[in-house]
Design a protein. Structure first.
Length: 125
């Protein structure tokens, strides 16, 4: 992908803390030296980007996560997840199963569809 980009393009690897997302990300950079060029494309790969702006990043994270917490508190996890596809997609394990098929296969674990598990689960009182 990177080699097909126009020279001077810029990519920002926001997942560098987890190993990076681009095939050409081969190092973590710093705020003092934040970029490098590979195949004519500028790479920005600073680890823990939110740490540079802790107040702003905390407010941003809170603003996007609190509504989910409120839904779970008001509806219970089962109904909240069945009624909100974003919450449903956020389930990684449930009732002893891995709910992301590729992860289950990669680790030799049992896979089950989260929605099917939730639909079969008894109602909580």
């Amino acid at each position: 992908m990177i080699q097909s980009m126009e020279p001077g393009s810029v990519v920002v690897d926001i997942a560098i803390d987890q190993g990076g997302i681009f095939e050409t990300t081969d190092r973590i950079t710093t705020h003092d030296n934040p970029t490098y060029e590979k195949h004519g494309v500028v790479h920005y790969a600073v680890a823990n980007m939110p740490g540079a702006v802790p107040r702003t990043s905390t407010l941003a994270l809170t603003n996007v996560t609190v509504p989910y917490a409120v839904q779970i508190a008001n509806k219970g996890y089962k109904d909240a997840c069945l009624g909100n596809s974003a919450l449903l997609k956020g389930i990684n394990t449930l009732d002893g199963y891995v709910t992301f098929e590729a992860v289950a296969e990669a680790h030799g674990l049992q896979y089950a569809d989260a929605k099917e598990l939730l639909e079969k689960a008894p109602a909580l009182s």
